[in-house]
Design a binder for this molecule. Structure first.
Ligand code: URP
Ligand code: ZN
Ligand code: ZN
Length: 470
């Protein structure tokens, strides 16, 4: 038997082996899938890549990105081309975006709109979560969207001004429907009425002159997130519907999730790389407004608790919430913190940040990095074992990293479409030396060599429907 490609002698992680620390083996690829993992495969490879001294990981999944998103009066600047080129260079071979219906639109409309944006442009594989912005109109569509291959839905507990907000009635109903359909609800958990009140209190000419962009953080204390997580958890506990809390940024949130999981509530939580490595001192910088995202970055103590959550398991996924805006777009704020387009670039730096600040510092193992950046997101989103695993039959999504090679982040050399970067000047290891998505090489020697349109939409099966008893 011969193979199209053999990645030989790398230290391979994410094979499903219970032995930590990876194993030095060959990975053989035929067409788009992994054909074999074992020793002595190189002699049967038509192309052999020597990965001795390197680590080989299953492609990362960033299950929370917003590409070309109309938001905050503008449109996020990474589209499906630049955003997925960036993904590939960061070792991410699958992204999941949020298809959000505009006023009067159905879930199917949103699915088709987002498909049109991605079709022919995506360089890595992709899927969509469907945002429910009007329960009465879109709730009845959930079953047909699950049947179409979209078992994950999203509700925003804020963003009334965008026309996206879901109330408790919608969340409760959606969780019940998720329970019955084998679907999952993702929530953006922030407490909208109190948040609006705090924003209004801070939105005065005197305070804006004194504090500038720092008001973005001052108006969003941790209890804004914690109260909303607690409320969403209550509805998940009451209904038995699967819940997934996106972009969790607080220590309080991690405590609530840990306690809920301990009671058997079907809830999972992701955090994002920025909440692990940035804190709100960024708002002291003259260009602090660039760092406004939603929820905003918190304190070092929150960072520490989120890392602990990744170690202990109540936080099981790292994503990025990539929502890139250029300096010009961010300049819309003009001194008013309520007008800053909220979001950060991230997909390209997710694995390097977790590798550099997590693995190289000894906070987490490389096995754990693979779990939280690849295996767990694949499982959480119904893509495992097709994605997130290096084993025969899985997609040949493979990333080779040189564990000792560092580079200095410079927005000018990244694929991300921004003229700044939150990590500008940081020395990071863990960028992809090579990336393969379904056997196609997308990155060679740190350079993108892939193609627009290679990325394919991934239909996903429903989750197991819990036995309701009698
Ligand atoms: O700042 C962010 N996160 N922008 C994207 C919208 C969201 O809430 O995820
Ligand atoms: Zn959000
Ligand atoms: Zn988001």
């Amino acid at each position: 038997m011969s193979f199209d490609l053999v990645i030989a002698k790398g230290r391979v992680f994410g094979t499903g082996s219970p032995v930590p620390g990876g194993e030095v083996v060959d990975v053989a690829v035929s067409g788009e899938t992994i054909a074999a993992v074992g020793s002595g495969l190189a002699r049967s490879g038509r192309r052999v890549v020597d990965a001795a001294g390197k680590v080989v990981l299953p492609g990362g999944l960033d299950v929370h990105v917003h590409l070309e998103l109309p938001f905050c009066g503008t449109t996020s600047s990474d589209d499906w081309n630049t955003g997925t080129r960036a993904a590939a260079c960061g070792g991410v071979t699958t992204v999941i975006d949020f298809a959000i219906p505009q006023e009067g639109e159905s879930l199917l409309d949103a699915f088709e709109n987002w498909s049109r944006k991605a079709d022919g442009k995506a360089c890595v594989d992709y899927a969509f979560h469907l945002a429910i912005t009007n329960w009465d109109r879109q709730g009845p569509e959930m079953a047909s969207m699950v049947a179409r291959g979209c078992p994950t839905f999203k509700e925003f507990m804020i963003y009334a001004s965008e026309g996206w907000q879901a109330d408790d009635r919608a969340i409760f109903n959606t969780l019940e429907r998720c329970r019955d359909l084998g679907a999952m609800l993702l929530v953006h958990a922030e407490s909208s009425r109190v948040l609006d009140e705090l924003i209004a209190r801070h939105h005065t000419p005197e305070l804006m002159a004194r504090h500038g962009a720092r008001l973005h953080a001052m108006s969003r204390p941790p209890f804004i997130e914690a109260e909303a997580i607690g409320r969403a958890v209550t509805w998940a506990e009451a209904t038995g519907g699967r819940l997934y809390v996106v972009h969790m940024s607080t220590a309080k949130g991690a405590e609530i999730i840990k306690a809920a999981q301990g009671r058997g509530v079907p809830v999972q939580a992701e955090t994002c790389a920025q909440y692990l490595v940035l804190d709100d001192s960024v708002f002291d910088r003259p260009d602090g407004h660039l760092f406004a995202c939603c929820p905003q970055v918190k304190k070092v103590s929150d960072q520490d608790r989120l890392w602990q959550g990744l170690i202990d398991g109540e936080v099981s996924v790292v994503s990025t919430d990539t929502c890139t805006f250029t300096r010009e777009q961010k300049a819309r704020w003009n001194g008013d913190f309520t007008q800053i387009p909220m979001g950060l670039p991230g997909v390209e730096t997710m694995i390097p940040l977790v590798y550099t600040r997590g693995v190289r510092t000894g906070r987490i193992t490389l096995d754990r990095l693979v779990e939280v950046c690849s295996t767990n997101p694949a499982r959480a989103m119904g893509l495992y074992p097709r994605k997130g695993l290096i084993a025969a039959g899985s997609d040949a999504d493979l990333v080779i990293i040189d564990p000792d090679r560092t580079s200095v982040v410079d927005h000018a050399t990244l694929e991300t479409n921004a003229d700044w970067n939150p990590y500008q000047g940081w020395t990071l290891a863990g960028f992809a030396e090579s990336t393969y998505c379904r056997g196609r090489q997308l990155v060679d020697n740190y350079r993108f060599v892939g193609e627009s349109g290679w990325g394919r939409w991934l239909a996903r099966p429903p989750f197991e429907v819990a036995n309701q008893g009698s």
